[in-house]
Design a protein. Structure first.
Length: 319
């Protein structure tokens, strides 16, 4: 057994001084490792993808004159998405990963560009359920914007989404219920608009009118089911929905449909920003994408530019 000499007063003071130096250092290390999420920003891959796609589409426009117009539309929209994503990524200012692979800034043809748009759409949609409210709306809008771009041409992957998935959300708060009521009101309006404009559109548009009507009825029914399950009385349809301009011919009828789809996109974007429920956000993203793709088709028919909106649902601008 080793015997130890008793501590002197000088030994005690020295030990206290050393302890005073060690404790703050330990506390500083703890502060550096807790209380702040220093993981990479989940929006960063969306940003780098949008920037690369814009560059690739611009390069394709310069090298392939036969698809230059389509490629430039993709470049313009993806650049606008990149700007919105950059603002949000910079705002949060999370550390960037030390090693990352940047997407290629060239593509050989439209088919490759279509693949990039599909990947971006699916990636953005997959992020929506797990992000904070504002970011969920942004990611959903990016997903819808990519789908809208694809609607410009079959070569880009044009196609309308199917019926909404039936979901079982958790308990919905007042904000989510109010947002759903707004989406339901927009769906009531869209159904009424499609019924009205059918009288001013030739038979060539019957399929588009029927498909749009069916889609909005599906979304109306989904809203009513969810609201009833949440114990809220679904808002009823109004007797009529005044158009922003008189509907007197084919051109004004198409513009009214564009307005209805734009309003529906805005309403569903609002759902994404006012609920944290993952199943409801998934449904809201599907509905937002549906309105974005239909809106693109009608904008093309109406000759409105740009035909595809970069960030559907964000703001009331239609250009």
């Amino acid at each position: 057994m080793i015997s130890r000499a008793p501590l002197t007063r000088r030994d005690a003071l020295r030990a206290a001084a050393l302890a005073a130096l060690v404790v703050p250092a330990t506390g500083l290390a703890s502060a550096c490792t807790t209380g702040y999420d220093d993981s990479p920003d989940p929006l960063l891959p969306l940003l780098t993808g949008a920037e690369a796609d814009a560059a690739a589409a611009n390069a394709l426009a310069g090298s392939a004159p036969d698809v230059a117009d389509l490629a430039r539309q993709v470049a313009t929209a993806r650049s606008a998405q990149a700007t919105a994503l950059r603002a949000e990524v910079d705002r949060l200012n999370k550390p960037e990963p030390e090693q990352s692979t940047s997407p290629a800034t060239t593509v050989p043809d439209l088919a490759a560009l279509a693949t990039r748009l599909t990947e971006a759409r699916d990636h953005a949609a997959a992020l929506v359920p797990q992000l904070p409210a504002y970011r969920a709306g942004l990611a959903g809008s990016v997903a819808a914007g990519c789908a809208a771009l694809q609607q410009l041409a079959p070569e880009l992957g044009a196609g309308q989404p199917g019926k909404l998935e039936r979901i079982t959300p958790g308990r919905l708060g007042a904000e989510a219920v109010n947002a759903l009521q707004g989406a339901l009101a927009a769906e009531h309006a869209a159904i009424w608009v499609y019924s009205l404009v059918s009288a001013f559109l030739p038979a060539d548009f019957n399929r588009g009118v029927d498909t749009g009507t069916a889609a909005h009825r599906d979304r109306r029914d989904a809203c009513e089911r969810l609201l009833a399950a949440a114990g809220a009385a679904p808002v009823p349809p109004e007797a009529a929905y005044p158009p922003p301009e008189p509907v007197t011919d084919q051109a004004s009828a198409m513009r009214f449909v564009v307005t209805a789809e734009t309003d529906a996109a805005t309403a569903w974007h609002g759902v994404l920003e006012h609920t944290g429920d993952a199943p409801l956000r998934t449904l809201g993203t599907q509905a937002l994408i549906g309105s974005a793709t239909r809106c693109t088709s009608w904008r093309m028919e109406a000759g409105e530019q740009p035909a595809a909106i970069a960030l559907p649902g964000r703001g009331s601008a239609r250009g």
